[in-house]
Design a protein around this ligand. Sequence first.
Ligand code: ADP
Length: 626
Amino acid sequence: MKHVISLLLCVALLFTMPVCALADMNLAAGTYEGTGTGFQGPIKVSVTVSDSAIESINVLEHSETDGISDPAFEKIPAAIIEHQSIAVDAIAGCTYSSQGLLDAVKAALLSAGATEEMISRPIAAQSAGELETQTADVVIIGAGGAGLTAAVEVLRAGGSVLVVEKMAAVGGNTIAAGSALNAAGTEIQKTGTMAASGVEAIEEKLALEPRSEAMQRWQASIRKDLDAYLASGSNQVFDTPDLHKLQTYVDGDYVGKPELIEILCDHAPQALTFLEELGMSWRPQITTAVGATWSRSHQPANVFGGAGSDFVLPQYEFVKAHGGVVALEHKAEELIMEDGRVVGVKGFTSNGTPFEYRANKGVILATGGFSANVEMRMRYNKYWANLDETVPTSNQPCATGDGIVMAEAIGASLYGMEWIQMVPTGDASLNASIANEMYINAQGNRFVAEDERRDVLSGAILAQPGSFCWKVSSAYQAWDIQGGYDYKGNAIESHVQNGKAVVADTLDDLAAAMGVDAANLKAVAEAFDKAVTGEVPDALGRKVFEYKMDKGPYYATKSYAKVHHTMGGVEINANCEVLDTQGNVIPGIYACGEVTGGIHGANRLGGNAIADIIVFGQIAGQNVMK
Ligand code: ADP
């Protein structure tokens, strides 16, 4: 797997630069090793010192996620050498990797005879510079999946583009994503099979009373296609863009906007091609993301790195290669309005330097959601008992809703802000397809249909003893964990070694490792297998199945409900133009990605966000240039 190779290459990074020796740095010259703990496991470094200075830092080993942790490995060793101190700031967005690295260097320096005092001298704050000004055809706020996709389209249309990004690296929350893009009717999807219970699930949706003209139209077209499918005797996964729309609409509780859902699902298959053209590729099998409710989730082959790297780094490479400018550590704070039109953005760099960037054609907001902003999620939350700081988020710290605040300040309408999604997130990034996973509670029992919506899954987990469950899968048949790597590209074995996952060849041994009742677990697996074959319907009403659980090796990881996605945000029309509270277009401002509201309704299907950022990122970038 390429990701593993790239990890091996990056551990050879050696940081060395001219240093000024400090009289009080009384060290025993030589090379020393030290280890700290990062997000994914140990980080090992070697540090070379003279008798009075830190000379070089060599990162020997780490298993942190590429892309997300890059800024820590790029900046921290250089800063330590420059300042001859480990009192450098952790890098926002990769604080665990930063801390692990700092701890590793500290351990090495202590072995070299340093004292805490010697190596922790305070570093003078950097001073702010003069006002920075620049102009481009389009200014995009946010270098996540949606923003960088829009930037590609601006450049393809011949425009100049300036992307401002508040973090030290691109990628936003997308780069940490659980890696799946929903699209219906692709060649990859045709590799999947469907149990007979899948047809029942569709029939249930077709029997629902239509709540809009669009829903009625979708139901009629699915009926026709389903009848043809049944007549053909096929056991491939049945799907069409209209079924994707119907499920998005119904499972979004009918409050997603049909005209936006129509665009999302019709364009999603082309989103696959868009990324392929930029150099990424897809795994050859279809999967079902958590809460996707259907087998139409496409996973990347990790060409550009682990997790969601393939959904954002291909665009970044294109932008850099075609003259786009990405200004890192530039935080936008205010949209500049002149004569009723948005003409630019103001903000500050990380050292306090003010900037003012102006746009000839328009500004695109692509700042993501607000799952990591406790104050905002508590202010808007209506449905969860509690979303205060004790409730964890799966998101990166950048997800603070800044774009929503900036848009509201110029009179933009906000849509569906109260719809906040929680999702079961595991200790390890170990997700088999939902079609091949069981959720098991502390007693060793299943308690929810695993193909349910994310709010149902999260609510059910919160109600279990200890508010957690185990996600159990068998690597015997489930292709997605057979390769020995999780979806972030990390070896599953490393999770087992770090205690984040357990593995066993038999259900008895697995139950012992999980600390649950073995008789319960075995009975559950037996009933599961009967539902896979259709012998006995699933007692919990689950419809999405693929393989049996009758052979090991089995893996299990603990999973908790975390705040994951904010469905609400800035209201847009089909052109990604931002609307005011009267429904009028605000000239000069567009929005795409998680910052927008109205696409996913009250509940987002797993795998629809990646489709959303690519589809609407393209539309925003194309329309701003028209
Ligand atoms: P999406 O999935 O919608 O693309 P992401 O979370 O992936 O959302 O990306 C949003 C990006 O916007 C992140 O990289 C985040 O750091 C950036 N961002 C958020 N607020 C600001 C801001 N005020 N100024 C500049 N960049 C911002």
